[in-house]
Write a protein that binds this ligand. Structure first.
Ligand code: TGC
Ligand code: FAD
Length: 388
């Protein structure tokens, strides 16, 4: 199989700056050289390659567009391209970077105090600390506004009680950003490992995102000092703003998974012979490849424009929802089509499309399900909220 050199049918690279192209190339080489040799083993074992976290930090891939001490502060488009290249490797790798950068570093940078920024951001950017984001609960997924976790003030501390479920990086994290119902509004707390009453537990038996640490956060009257409350995070709008950052990265990231599927399927179709000729010579197979390339190319254009808008300060939730919704469904369709083109060979871990396909079943659910994004865009264009 020919080595992967990117999918860029519409020459979008011509619209990128030298810095953006160079970042993309560097991450692509890192994924090929350092990540892909590990993924089959970690996928089979159900583990995240923690041995790469330091390298991710040293390369500036953790919170690349976040501003603050020790943070690279690069453009939104660079962040998107990094996500795309990481997810070409595996959605679990991009998930790690999304959570660390968009869901932990970004809120500390935007809602945190100077002390919190100085204490946490350099370590998180360098990969010396790992963070997680606890919003979802066992009984409250799409409707986080109904969360049951509470925060009650006790002197200069807060007592946090509740459970958070399906949390990426849960058991690896040194610090968990936990959202809880305060006396009046939802508040955000930086709960450090070792906090009395705070523990984590791994989620077992996943068939999706196997190379990712997913788990539960248990807050049994965990005592958190007020100094660890994000002072400027008040109300559900704060976690929603974090989600908007991470969903932006997902919209870009899944293009990488789709590109890998397209690349593998095309290469396989050119080599695999049936009825005395390469299956790539059959019209039905060509139609599948053309459909994949068309949808990838449309998704790339969508994200490039989304990135440029974000750089101009235009970053509204429905714009990001439209891209997350479209691109994840697109990538999932590409993964299923690629798996089909590979025939029986597509069902083993010798080839990546089957792994991407099961991963993307999580990606289409987390950070707002496909249907929740439909309703977010629907509310924007009609002015009518249809969640309830
Ligand atoms: P509603 O009561 O209308 O609003 C609640 C608060 O949210 C604010 N808000 C918006 N802000 C900006 N733009 C918008 N379009 C907004 N829509 C809502 C709003 O101002 C309000 O703020 P506040 O402070 O005044 O309370 O909303 P709702 O409760 O009816 O529902 C809103 C809904 C359904 C859109 C929202 O709850 C939602 O997005 N649900 C999906 C949940 C979700 O995405 N969870 C993700 C968990 S994290 C995760 O999955 C990480 S995976 C990581 C990885 O591994 O990559
Ligand atoms: P539910 O909300 O119960 O939804 C079930 C179904 O009902 C879906 O099809 C949904 O679209 C539909 N539905 C719900 N409400 C409506 C409605 N109003 N109208 C129409 N249909 C509706 N969360 C975190 O906080 N942090 C993390 O790091 C994190 N990581 C995750 C990692 C993985 C691998 C996974 C799978 C999930 C992760 N999540 C995380 C949780 C994720 O955000 C939730 O799973 C997601 O928000 C959906 O919630 P739910 O699973 O409870 O589904």
């Amino acid at each position: 199989m020919k080595p992967y050199t990117g999918i860029d049918f519409y020459r979008y690279a011509g619209q990128l700056t030298d810095e953006e192209r160079s970042a993309q190339q560097t991450v692509r080489e890192f994924v090929t050289a350092s990540f892909l040799p590990l993924i089959r083993t970690h996928h089979a074992a159900g583990t995240f390659p923690t041995e790469l976290i330091g390298e991710l930090g040293a390369m500036g891939l953790l919170g690349p567009s976040v501003s603050g001490p020790g943070c690279p502060g690069l453009s939104a488009t660079v962040y998107g391209l990094i996500c795309q290249e990481l997810e070409r490797g595996d959605s679990g790798l991009r998930s790690f970077a999304s959570v660390q950068g968009s869901l932990v570093m970004w809120p500390i940078s935007v809602f945190g105090s100077d002390e919190q920024r100085n204490k946490f951001l350099p370590g998180l950017a360098a990969g010396k600390l790992v963070g997680c984001f606890g919003l979802t609960e066992p009984d409250h997924g799409s409707d986080p506004g109904a969360m049951a976790t509470t925060a009650v003030k006790d002197g200069t501390d807060w007592i946090l009680t509740g459970n958070k479920m399906w949390i990426t990086n849960a058991t690896t994290a040194d610090v968990a950003l936990v959202w809880a119902r305060g006396p009046e509004r939802i508040l955000g707390f930086l709960v450090e490992r070792g906090t009395p009453g705070f523990s984590t537990q791994a989620t077992k038996g996943k068939y999706s995102l196997r190379a990712s640490d997913t788990g539960e956060l248990i807050l049994a009257e965990a005592r958190v000092p007020d100094a660890n409350r994000l002072p400027d995070a008040v109300g559900l709008r704060a976690p929603i703003a974090c989600l908007n950052e991470a969903r932006y990265g997902i919209a870009w990231g899944v293009i990488g998974a789709a590109c890998d599927c397209y690349h593998v399927a095309r290469e396989y179709a050119l080599q695999r012979e049936q009825f005395g000729q390469p299956i790539a010579s059959f019209q039905l197979v060509q139609r599948k490849l053309v459909r994949m390339l068309t949808e990838i190319t449309k998704a790339q254009g969508l994200c490039l424009q989304l990135g440029r808008l974000k750089e101009q300060g235009i970053n509204e939730v429905p714009l990001v929802s439209l891209a997350k919704r479209n691109n994840v469904a697109m990538a999932l369709e590409c993964a299923r089509t690629a798996r089909d083109i590979l025939g029986a060979a597509g069902i083993t871990d010798e080839h990546s499309p089957g792994r991407h396909m099961t991963n993307l079943e999580s990606v289409i659910t987390y950070e707002g399900t496909h249907d929740i994004h439909t309703l977010i865009v629907g509310a924007e264009i009609t002015g009518i909220q249809a969640f309830r």
